[in-house]
Design a protein around this ligand. Structure first.
Ligand code: ATP
Ligand code: MG
Length: 778
């Protein structure tokens, strides 16, 4: 049993405890994913059929990598037969075979975020609701939250609290919008990402025979990154596992970073309650990182109140200290990082793929791309558009979607006049309105065009064009009955005029569009071949389409083998590891984000993100921050992130001891860098005392929400207008009722309307309008 040899005792226990519920709760880099992988190999080696194993991962890529490792132990064919993938991909597959229970066609379309947004925009338009007041993305996010908590339209409408909350949030029409959106998806024969989970729950609760079937099938269930499951996912796993209770979850509460998407940290914290007999294994040894990294990460995360205390240690080398670079601007920051990578690549023979640049927000990418390009350093930005989301690819895909699901109005309207064939918007609108008025789909109207023609109010020329278009689609559909998906897709690309249309554009961009379409066809060929080799494979066009709807930009990369620096948000870096990590943009308002630092819960999640970022490091970490940054169209001053001051100085080395620095100790704990680091030049310690905030609670209320614009000074204008005083952040003030306090934040640009956040010694935090507050500076 070679695969067991490389495991420590605790890992060994987790891998070989096969029956009954098991939880591995352990820190980063301690081998949780490795345990999960080896446990599956162990199950198969011990005679469990791969068909009886369900393994849920956080990304498709993780699933592929796990399968590769398992294949090394049990062979290719067994590894391929395991049901392994993300919740969405696995349950999309199940829904496809059971769709009829729910009134969906088995070839239902999966709407990606962009499709969902298009549908939502149409819904708002039809309801005559102002999309400025009801921002489509925001509305969708709210609906997503409801779906992930299994709050259906009906449940929503019957819940006075939710109705009231949305009314307070100026969203009193949300219920109507929600209902109409769900209806539109249903009529289009489509499910959005959240539906894949919601509908699975519906399937398993409403139809006991279906539940029984899958309970029997999935005798062994394993879930990686369990801390980031949402309620909907939790219920699915619980239902499926309830018969055999062979469930193994691994996770780390300190790495729960998706609460904004509905992840519920209590799923992992309550595992013991759900399964009182559960065996719990904790892994304490980190194999990934140097001691210095592990200790620094532990020190930071220990500040979170909400957490399981864990011991994590590393037996690896002590390693180098984390190097901190203070940049003058975002461009300087990027230049430093690119230069550093270049230097290490040359002097230490590191491969470019050894390096990662991790940031809090996608907007930070550009400066790094510029700097890397200047030095001819190859890089790859993760989290961008997936290959399948490119316009030209989506256009061809829309044709294919329509072939398998004629009700998919999204697809239909996308290509009915693309390439242009004289079916303009007016005509399309007439068709849609008419179809709606008859309660049928547009495709039904087109099916019976002769019959409906008199009511449509379209001239003969247009009617002929519609008839021609529809005849073409029908011909493709007929072809699909006899030919494989690839052959049909080739035919569609040619006969629809799409290829010709793209080929007419001979610019480099145009040529690459044609290549992308070619690549789509290639990937289809590959998919069909792969599925045909599987015992329970499904090479159908609808299966292909379902798969690509769920693919991310990490899933289709021709040039994966190339040596490239990885650029990604911290969220995307979860589970990964790199020899050298650059954690950039460590500034207040950026990280922690201005959107997530007003409550303790939010701030703790930001801190977990920081922990995730740092623990991706194997050998060496670099922290960078800029003192000014180009943001929102202007240059703004930036302060170092509070997280910098939370890493004890013993783990840190400043690369460019600055002449002036404003490391702010927001945590209220001893500011290590400045207080006990003798090697720091005096000048570096010159903290602006006014900037110093002295209580931990202060830090938690800072900074402000996004529409507040901080200002550094303001005038106190007494209502009488008799006198005025300048006031700035850090000033001590007296208030008639609240007593003495300190100004920690000023907000607003209109001098008549400036608000101050003041923390009073006895009364705590208050937000005051200066004009009325009668503050006296002391
Ligand atoms: P994360 O919380 O970041 O997802 P994890 O707990 O899943 O981390 P793994 O990714 O499984 O950790 O393991 C981290 C690294 O340590 C991997 O490179 C893995 O191969 C290695 N590793 C794990 N266990 C051992 C071991 N017993 N001996 C040697 N290397 C190990
Ligand atoms: Mg892992």
């Amino acid at each position: 049993m070679d695969y067991l040899k490389g495991l420590n005792d605790a890992q060994h226990e987790a891998v070989t405890t096969i029956e009954g519920p098991l939880m591995v709760l352990a820190g980063a880099g301690s081998g949780k994913t490795r345990v999960l992988t080896m446990r599956i190999a162990h199950l198969i080696t011990n005679g469990v059929s791969p068909f009886n194993i369900l393994a849920l991962t956080f990304t498709n890529k993780a699933a592929r990598e796990m399968k590769d490792r398992i294949a090394k132990v049990v062979g290719d064919s067994d590894a391929k037969s395991i049901w392994m993938g993300t919740f969405h991909s696995v349950f999309a597959r199940i829904l496809r075979s059971e769709a009829h229970y729910l009134g969906f066609p088995s070839n239902f379309t999966i709407y990606d975020t962009q499709d969902a947004l298009n549908v939502m925009k149409k819904v708002l338009k039809e309801l005559n609701i102002d999309a400025d007041l009801y921002k489509p993305k925001k509305v969708l996010a709210r609906i997503s939250a409801y779906k992930n908590n299994l709050i259906t339209v009906k449940a929503y409408m019957n819940n006075p609290e939710l109705l009231e909350a949305d009314e307070r949030a100026n969203m009193k029409h949300l219920g109507v919008i929600y209902a109409k959106y769900v209806d539109a998806c249903f009529r289009n024969g489509a499910m959005d990402f959240d539906d894949l989970l919601l509908r699975t729950n519906e399937l398993l609760t409403r139809f006991p025979e279906v539940l029984a079937k899958y309970q029997d099938r999935f005798r062994y269930i394993l879930v990686d990154e369990y801390q980031d499951t949402n309620h909907s996912q939790y219920l699915i796993v619980k239902a499926l596992a309830s018969k055999f209770e062979n469930i193994c979850v691994v996770g780390d509460d300190a790495q729960s970073i998706y609460s904004f998407r509905g992840a519920n940290i209590y799923n992992i914290l309550n595992f013991k309650k759900d399964y009182p007999d559960a065996v719990t294994v904790s892994l304490e040894q980190n194999y990934r990182s140097t001691q210095n990294i592990v200790d620094a990460a532990n020190a930071v995360i220990s500040r979170n109140v909400q957490q399981f205390k864990k011991n994590v240690f590393s037996d690896n080398e002590i390693g180098e200290k984390i190097k901190v670079y203070r940049a003058l601007s975002d461009a300087d920051e990027a230049g430093f990082v690119a230069g550093n990578i270049w230097e290490q690549h040359n002097s230490q023979q590191r491969k470019f793929s050894d390096f990662a640049i991790l940031y809090r927000t996608n907007a930070q990418t550009r400066a790094f791309e510029d700097a890397l390009r200047k030095k001819n350093i190859p890089y790859r930005v993760y989290g961008g558009l997936s290959f399948y989301q490119r316009k030209e690819v989506k256009d061809l895909v829309a044709y294919l979607r329509l072939l398998v699901n004629e009700n998919d109005n999204e697809a239909l309207t996308r290509i009915i006049n693309y390439p242009t064939r004289g079916i303009g918007e007016t005509t399309q609108n007439k068709l849609i309105v008419f179809a709606d008025s008859q309660g049928i789909s547009v495709s039904k109207v087109l099916d019976n065009l002769g019959f409906y023609a008199p009511q449509l109010g379209l001239n003969n020329g247009v009617l002929t064009k519609l008839a021609d278009f529809w005849a073409m689609i029908k011909a493709f559909e007929v072809m699909l009955k006899t030919d494989d998906a690839y052959t049909v897709a080739m035919e569609v690309a040619k006969r629809s005029g799409l290829i010709k249309f793209l080929k007419d554009d001979q610019t480099p961009e145009g040529i690459s569009r044609v290549e992308n379409v070619q690549e789509l066809l290639n990937s289809m060929r590959g998919f069909i071949d792969e599925q045909q080799q599987l015992e329970d494979g499904d090479p159908s066009l609808s299966n292909f389409l379902g798969n690509i709807a769920l693919s991310t930009d990490q899933d289709n990369n021709k040039d994966d083998d190339q040596e490239k620096v990885s650029l990604m948000t911290i969220h995307l870096s979860k589970g990964l590891e790199f020899p050298v990590v650059h954690l950039v943009g460590l500034e207040e308002n950026l990280f922690p984000s201005f959107m997530s630092s007003s409550t303790r819960e939010e701030l703790e999640e930001e801190r977990r993100l920081f922990y995730v970022a740092l623990t991706r490091t194997e050998k060496q970490a670099f922290f960078t921050y800029a003192v000014s940054r180009f943001q929102w169209g202007k240059i703004t001053d930036a302060e170092p992130s509070r997280f910098l001051s939370e890493v004890n100085s013993e783990y840190i080395e400043l690369i460019n001891p600055a002449t002036e620095s404003r490391f702010v100790n927001h945590s209220g704990l001893k500011s290590n860098i400045f207080d006990d680091e003798p090697s720091v030049p005096k000048s570096f310690r010159k903290l602006d005392p006014k900037k110093k905030i002295s209580k931990a609670s202060d830090a938690l209320s800072l900074p402000q929400s996004k529409n507040l614009k901080p200002v550094s000074t303001a005038k106190i204008i007494n209502p009488s207008g008799a006198s005025s005083q300048d006031i700035e952040v850090g000033d001590k003030v007296r208030h008639d009722r609240f007593g003495i306090g300190e100004v920690v934040f000023l907000d607003g640009t209109d001098p008549q309307n400036i608000k101050a956040k003041v923390i009073f010694q006895n009364e705590g935090e208050k937000n005051l309008i200066l004009k009325f507050a009668k503050l006296v500076k002391i």
